[in-house]
Design a protein around this ligand. Structure first.
Ligand code: DGL
Length: 264
């Protein structure tokens, strides 16, 4: 079984890509909504949560874990790999490399949480792939809170998104990297805000989730972890540290597959 977790519902942007390429594999998703957001929390705190969630997922049968959260990947994946050496962990990568290949203005904008932007993992990735281009960053201020509340479009979402996006566009960015798994749920609003503030520019938005799902498939294939008994859509189990918020979000914003196979 595949275990996926995030500080909240954001990791469902990864879950939806996993379902596209591994539709018959059972998945358990854990939303740590009672402790969301992780963005401003300490590294030690996030490692503690990641350890607890990993053990919860493994106790329910997960044999591979997707850390579907950039902040938790940056803070905790090294510790998790060390503490649970038998379990493969797949993490989020800030997609600066593909962004650097696509930019025409030579400026790449990154939206992420404070925790991700200050983490060594992010700083190393930026250094490795930013030769010849300029990388500008901004915290997606208030984005996670919007998504957790299920507010993905409309005036409030547009105003919030625009405040963090515009500074990147003003610096010349034409590619925007979504460095937090909550943000892809705001793609439509990000596009609209970009169109409003810089109508002349063709803006591309990069969500790393499809690449992460591909990496998961590769690792599961190599390690013989694919459940071959399934010939029907795999079960999805939703669990959360905070009531049923994750189930509602999943039903409203992600579900486009056989509902009978989802257990909550
Ligand atoms: N979805 C998360 C990420 O990818 C974390 C957001 C938060 O909890 O601050 O970074």
């Amino acid at each position: 079984m595949i275990g996926i977790f995030d500080s909240g519902v954001g990791g469902m942007s990864v879950l939806r890509e996993v379902r596209k390429i591994l539709p018959d594999q059972p998945v358990i998703y854990y939303a740590d909504s009672a402790h969301c957001p992780y963005g401003e929390k300490s590294k030690e705190y996030i490692i503690g949560r990641a350890r607890f969630i990993t053990e919860t997922l493994m106790a329910k049968g997960a044999s591979v874990i997707v850390v579907a959260c950039n902040t938790a990947t940056a803070a905790a994946i090294a510790a998790l790999r060390q503490e649970y050496p038998q379990t493969p962990f797949i993490g989020m990568e800030p997609a600066i490399k593909p962004a650097a290949l696509r930019t025409r203005t030579g400026v790449v904008g990154v939206l992420a949480t404070a925790g991700t932007l200050k983490a060594q993992k992010y700083i190393d990735t930026r250094e490795q792939y930013s030769e010849g281009i300029k990388v500008v960053e901004h915290i997606g201020q208030g984005f996670v809170e919007l998504v957790e509340k299920g507010i993905l479009t409309g005036q409030e979402a547009e105003k919030t998104v625009s405040a963090s996006l515009k500074p990147l566009l003003d610096e010349g960015a034409d590619v925007i990297v979504l460095g937090c798994t909550h943000y892809p749920f705001l793609t439509q609003t990000i596009q609209k805000a970009a169109q409003t503030s810089h109508p002349e520019r063709d803006i591309q938005i990069i969500d790393p989730a499809p690449a992460v799902a591909k990496q998961l498939l590769k690792v599961m294939t190599e390690k013989g972890l694919l459940d071959s008994k399934n010939s029907h859509p795999g079960t999805i189990i939703m669990s959360s540290s905070d009531s049923s918020a994750a189930e509602d979000f999943y039903r409203n914003n992600v579900l486009n597959i056989n509902a009978d196979n989802n257990t909550f």
